[in-house]
Design a protein around this ligand. Structure first.
Ligand SMILES: Nc1ncnc2c1ncn2[C@@H]1O[C@H](COP(=O)(O)OP(=O)(O)O)[C@@H](O)[C@H]1O
Ligand SMILES: [Mg+2]
Length: 233
């Protein structure tokens, strides 16, 4: 579905990504792992059109995406949940969810999709009238995921969803991702929780210093090898 071909990008004159090639196949969960500063978030920003592509190509279903503005990515069915799980703090949980379906083509489906969200995340139903700014970290992550799903994206991209969460909430996050995958959703997951990410992935990419240093089917990945590459400099 999504393909990157020798992509170079970065911030101003400073290049971060060096000839990154990868693909996310339809119906699969593709995990991108790698240490802090490896360029994972930069890669996601590049896919979303927030950073300029300085070399190579980003393709969605074979069509070149380079330079597509971020606000058009929703039309292409791509949704990103950022590291900071940005929610509208002064709006209620339900208003936040409705914002996820702001696009005119989604408006007719708001009610049905709200119900679907609440079935998937019962906690959000309990908190529907509460201000999003008062949610716990785990609840905010659930809200960010549910809001992204309100647009029924074909490709869901999640940046470090387990970051800073308590272990039991981390379990919930991974269970949710597994359920979404079982439902046929195409997912790109960026994680530092290497073992858990590999556990639910179909394909794994390991990034180090802006490059892909390992690309393997998840079931063939050796954790020893990953750890070796992870801590190599
Ligand atoms: N807004 C920015 N401006 C300049 N450099 C940045 C910015 N964000 C990240 N970087 C640099 O890009 C590199 C990769 O960062 P990032 O993509 O956030 O890594 P990761 O998500 O893998 O931890 C780092 O060296 C970081 O300092
Ligand atoms: Mg990051």
């Amino acid at each position: 579905m999504l393909e990157l071909d020798r992509v170079r990008a970065g911030y101003g004159a400073i290049n971060v990504l060096w000839d990154v090639s990868m693909r996310a196949q339809a119906g699969e969960l593709t995990a991108i792992i790698g240490p802090n500063g490896a360029g994972k978030t930069t890669l996601l920003r590049t896919i979303m059109g927030l950073l300029q592509v300085n070399g190579g190509e980003v393709r969605l279903d074979g069509n070149r995406l380079n330079g597509t503005p971020t606000w058009h990515m929703a039309d292409h069915g791509v949704a990103l949940i950022t590291e900071d799980r940005l929610t509208f703090r002064d709006m209620s949980v339900e208003e936040n969810l409705i914002m996820g379906a702001y696009h005119p083509s989604h408006r007719a489906h708001v009610k049905a999709r709200l119900e679907k969200s609440y079935l998937m995340f019962p906690r959000l139903r309990e908190r529907r009238a509460q201000l999003a700014g008062l949610l716990s970290g785990g609840e905010a992550q659930m809200l960010a995921m549910a809001r992204a799903l309100m647009s029924e994206p074909r490709l869901l991209i999640v940046d470090e969803p387990s970051l800073g969460l308590a272990p039991v909430i981390v379990n919930e996050v991974f269970e949710t991702l597994e359920r979404l995958k079982a439902g046929g959703r195409t997912i790109i997951l960026v994680e530092q929780n290497t073992e858990r990410a590999i556990g639910i992935a179909d394909h794994v990419y390991l990034m180090q210093s802006g490059k892909v240093v390992l690309s393997q089917r998840a079931r063939e990945v050796s954790l020893d090898r990953v750890n070796q590459l992870y801590f190599a400099r």
